[in-house]
Design a protein around this ligand. Structure first.
Ligand code: S3P
Length: 430
């Protein structure tokens, strides 16, 4: 696929439902007693993988467009899957479902595609094994995970890496364990699980980043509505900020502060971003966003992003790397070694592709630096099968001097199957 430079970008976008939240509501619905109804469920391949695995555990799930209905008799009634569970490309699927499998009275195996089968799982295996599960893995670390479930017991666990997937995995396991489970997180990460639990009648307590749940918990089915995915919105936000004359509207975008850290940075730097119609869907803040190009450079944008700033924009770094080529003072991203453990090694993927498009960039073990004064040229982009790399560099193509060619564009379906169609609908070329 070739992305051609555009002369303008205008229009209105309806985003897919948030992927992180969709996984959580589906899993909580599966654990709850009764019929959970979820609207604006993500149409991503990742969330379909979660539904597929839940069906294999005996859940009855009806899907009509973006509405889903999950009927369950509660987490004690999960059935032993007759097949290997396949999480596809989805880290959230394997890490959250491992909690459910650890508490189930049977042996099961869950694995992913080639990318997921090379991503680290010790971070969830360690706490789940402390709670009483038995888990075998390739080299004690990688999927397939062979999980022998048992009666779990509550633990007190300090997260060694800031990770919402690990935090959520332990909280879910804690709901099925005997006694109290405490998760301590030093650096805050996305809090969708915490915001969702009360809607399923679960009491979550704790302060100062010490979260506590008590098991065994009874979860009640709920009615949930999902905001538009901020991590999908960000490609259009960045596109509107870099294409001269651009003006776009994004409707019902999730702007939970633990996810939308980049939006705050952009607002503080003077970007023309207007939030209207602020409201909440199931305790998740949502708004409409208008984003316009401005000739004023984002001169107040930080020179460096690092440390505690990263978790609330971790999935936005590929898009941010494209914006970096337009920042007056350039940009460094440091302390971001976690990026090497995503769907691809994202530090490497970003550096290789910026260089492919003629940008000077320095690579570090924990990040990269884009010096000021750059121009994106055309060239070939290696997506590494990583949806966020494909979408970020498609946006680069809008302002490159020559067309940008993506080697595997269909990988965008992992999170945003309609991405190219939406981009096309906004674009004009002269
Ligand atoms: C996610 C958490 C983040 C993020 C991932 C989705 C989630 O991963 O990168 O895309 O849904 O909890 P970590 O928890 O590993 O940081």
């Amino acid at each position: 696929m070739h992305i051609q430079p555009v002369s303008s970008l205008r229009g209105e976008i309806h985003l897919p439902g948030d992927k992180s939240i969709s996984h959580r509501y589906a899993i909580l619905g599966a654990m709850a007693n009764g019929t959970t109804r979820i609207s604006h469920f993500s149409d991503s391949q990742d969330c379909q993988a979660t539904l597929h695995c839940l069906r294999a555990l005996g859940l009855r799930i009806r899907q009509s467009g973006n509405e889903i209905e999950i009927r369950s008799e509660g987490w004690k009634k999960f059935q032993q899957p007759r097949e290997l569970l396949n999480a596809g490309n989805s880290g959230t699927t394997i890490r959250l479902l491992s909690a459910l499998l650890s508490a189930a009275p049977f042996v099961s195996t869950i694995q992913g595609d080639d990318s997921l089968n090379h991503r680290p799982m010790k971070r969830i295996m360690t706490p789940l094994m402390q709670m009483g599960a038995e888990i075998g893995a390739t080299n004690d670390e990688f999927p397939p995970l062979r999980i022998t479930g048992s009666q779990l017991r509550g633990i007190h666990y300090r997260l060694p890496v800031p990770s919402a997937q690990v935090k959520s995995c332990i909280l879910l396991a804690g709901l099925m364990a005997q006694g109290e489970t405490t998760v301590v997180e030093e650096t805050p990460s996305r809090d969708h699980t915490e915001r969702a639990l009360p809607f399923f009648d679960v009491v979550l307590t704790g302060a100062n980043r010490r979260l506590k749940v008590r098991g065994p918990a009874f979860l009640r089915a709920a009615q949930m509505q999902i905001p538009g995915d901020f991590s999908s919105a960000v490609y259009f936000i960045i596109a509107a900020l870099i294409v001269p004359g651009a003006e776009i509207w994004l409707r019902r975008v999730g702007v939970n502060p633990s996810r939308a850290g980049l939006l705050t940075l952009l607002e503080n730097a003077g970007a023309r971003v207007e939030k209207t119609n602020l409201r909440e869907f199931n305790s998740e803040p949502v708004c409409d966003l208008k984003v316009c190009f401005s000739h004023e450079p984002l001169s107040r944008f930080p020179l460096e992003i690092s440390g505690e700033q990263l978790p609330n924009m971790i999935d936005e770094i590929p898009a941010l790397a494209v914006l970096a080529t337009r920042l007056e003072r350039g940009l460094s991203v440091r302390g971001a070694e976690e990026l090497r453990k995503k769907e691809s090694d994202r530090i490497h993927s970003i550096v290789v592709n910026l260089r492919n498009l003629g940008v000077r960039v320095e690579e570090f073990p924990d990040g990269f630096c884009v010096p000021p004064g750059q121009q994106l040229q055309g060239g070939r982009v290696q997506t590494f099968g990583d949806h966020r790399i494909a979408m970020a560099f498609a946006v680069a193509g809008l302002i490159a001097t020559e067309p940008v060619e993506l080697d595997h564009p269909s990988c965008v379906s992992v999170s945003f199957p309609e991405f190219f169609k939406v981009l096309q609908s906004l674009s004009s070329r002269t």
